[in-house]
Design a protein around this ligand. Sequence first.
Ligand SMILES: [Zn+2]
Length: 964
Amino acid sequence: MKIEWGVIEEKWRRRWDDAGTFKTDPDNQRKKFYVTVAYPYPNSPQHIGHGRTYTLADVHARYKRMRGYNVLFPMAFHYTGTPILAMSDRIESKDEELIGIFRNVYKVPEEKIKEFVEPLKIAQYFHHEIRNGMKEMGFSIDWRREFTTIDPQYSKFIEWQFQKLKNRGYITQGSHPVGWCPRDGNPVGQHDTLGDVEPEIGEYTLVKFELDGFQVPTATLRPETIFGVTNLWINPNENYVKATVNGEQWIVSRQSISKFKHLGLKIDILKEETGSSLVGKEVKNPLTGIKIVILPASFVEPGNGTGVVMSVPSHAPYDFQAINDLVSLGDEAVPGFDLDSLKPITIISSKKYHDIPAKEIIERFGITSQTDKKLESATQELYSYEFNDGRMMSNTGGYSGLGVREARDRVKADLLETGKASTLHELMNRPVVCRCGTECVVKVLQNQWFINYGDEGWKEKAREALSQVNLLPKEIRPEFDHTVGWLKGKACARKTGMGTKLPWDHEWIIESLSDSVIYMAYYTISGLIKQKAITPEQMSPEIFDFIFLGIGDPKEISMRSAMQIDLVHEMRNQFLYFYPLDSRHSGRDLVPNHLTFFIFNHTAIFPETNWPRQIVVNGSVLMEGKKMSKSYGNIIPLRDAVAKYGADPLRLSMMATAEILQDADFSMELVRTFTERLGKLYQLAKKIGENKEDADHSLTELSILERWLLSKLQRTIQIVTNAMESLRVREAIHQTVYITDQEIQWYQRRSQSPNPIRMKVLREVLEVRSKLLAPIAPFSAEEIWETLGKGDPLATSQWPESDPAKIDTRAEESEELVVSVLEDIQSIIKVTKVKPKRIFLYVASDWKWKAMLEMLELDPETEVKTGDLIKSVISEVGRTKAKEVSNYILKMVGERSKLPKDLAAKRQSLGRLDELEVLRNASGFYNDEFRAVVEVFSEDDNTAYDPKAKSKFSKPYRPGIFLE
Ligand SMILES: [Zn+2]
């Protein structure tokens, strides 16, 4: 029978909707739990990668709801910013690549694509797509609170936020280097770049060598190595220029000129030069005065720095290798120059390296040419080692004896002070490409508005707030600490794009990473704003002051804003009830920006009692082991996947392969196995649901087997509950889906005849199981629940609790014994290849039990006094067995450490297990399994059939076995 999951999903979506299951308002009885996930940016449909973050948030919300919390899980849409603008530009210019993606990957209808020349149409289209997808995935969202970030009421809220930041001194204006798209004329952040990379801006020292009245600037991150420079490098195949730059005469690559323009330098090009024409010329080292030569090297990139590089062969593997390469070309490489005169100058000493550090590391890495990719890692390793452990040698003048870390700062400061160097801001992770296809540069913006995350007092507050946040998983904390440490001014406004204008300077529009940091507060009132049709004019700063900060007289405010006083109080109450935010979900890529800004801004605006309580960070999703990307063509829109495979198998697959911070490896194969498992579960539920006669049967007369299954069920509840508390959803799935499946299969294998007790027990297991599955696979869980004849929807029913009265360690150990004996017999058959007609089992003698239990009673941390133990046992069994007893006990004590502590404790508290009875009860089962006659004896039974004396090998929990 094919199960119509589509129909089932549709049915439950309607039920939840009709019943208003996920509409949440303050109530007096229940504690609240408020969970949010970053609102999506509607410039594309959501795909499997997004699905993981949002599904995890929904699993969390559904779990907490079943734990009795009044859960609020809202959603909104982030229209702000320039990426949508860039897209509509690309549509306007008939960009075939983008149109192809819309048409073939996102399946946007042709007439819609035509409308996309208008940015708002793009946002609205994908807004609807994403919302429908979220509904189809079963996200338990209170949709009454939905808004977009260009709603005028929301803009009022953002104006309020910014005015507050400004009043508190956190907004500054000035010039500052930012990542910049020259085509759009806008600063770029992570959201604006292809591949979502955050532009990282680093500061180089530009050391100026002299050449016939010109300066030849070279960009370096290691100014202290200027004492070890033996030559400069230029690329002979590239173009260079002589130019006046801010009044100085420079020689730099042609390509670097536009970069200097963006940095605000005044440029006047005097003359074009080829790289090769500069080869062989001599320049003067500005610090040492020594003359050095310009040499050719192909590794020099004209777009990096100035296109001229200082060469420090002793400490820079690239330089050392490039000189080697030149030497190997012979005397003709640089006509008129004696390459042998180039001797590396070592200026840093360290423990690990001796003569010429770069040479040593190149040999260790097995590098043979300057195009070898390994040079990069060799460079990284040597740089960071010398930075931390290196010391300046005696040939470095006044810096001699300093650690590299300190020398670097001092050399730089001295060069800058004497005008022998300047600084250069450069993108460290170039090329960074804007979504419009243009390579980004660094621009020094004048009069730019910043949120000053560099403010030390503010950083302190952010650190305090972070220390109070429960971070899941804990390992993510250093990434937050690191971000708080390096954050400086963040450009917070742009000249174009959708969004809110700066309240005090209407030329500027607040950008998307700045208008999305405290909106979780806005959800608490957004429903009322819509429902009561409150106008933007009514949303004055004083209304927000009262709702969010309790400042002002509500009566006056209500009169001035023409809003009923009850409504003013109701909004305040919603905020007070739901805030602070209990859990914020997001992907790991948002730690260095959004999530940290979120912390900063909460401390700036709200009192400590309303700072966030928890942040949950998850890893990304790989598609069949590969990174997901449009260029790989392996992006699967969520709605397509739901339509094809159903929501629950997708949800399970996204959660099942990785714990929270790891990358999840999604595969269609996995989706199919979940579909199959859910199908089987549903079939079983149908069988049980149709069988009504068990319903009134009481569960008093249970066999060991039934007691075992119910006991295991209680353990499962404990394990899953613990896992869900720290959102280890993978572990929860493993237990609920795989382990429980194995247990049910074992149970069915052991007890085949249908009877009311059996059905009743299976019914109970299935009921609990559907509850445990409900947060993760809500549609199937509801359907199974209903099939079992249950009334109220699972979504709002109580999470199961483990019942201590049903935990039965004796039943558990008995059944474990049955399993292990089964496996032992199987392995004997495998080894001996005997097909037995008769199987004999011998359970351990009384005295062996006594010996074991006496040992288990001892403190597991102390050593066993073997002699005492032997004496004690011999005193009961008599001296005739002395040798056998002492041999046995010596061996048993020797193996003591192999027994897991919790199992030892369990067996100790259990005492003697009647193995004879357990195995005799199971003999019919073994009989069926092996089609052989099974007999069970005690080792103490002298009349037992034991031709090969196998009974002697028996131990407690490990009977002797003889097959014939
Ligand atoms: Zn651009």
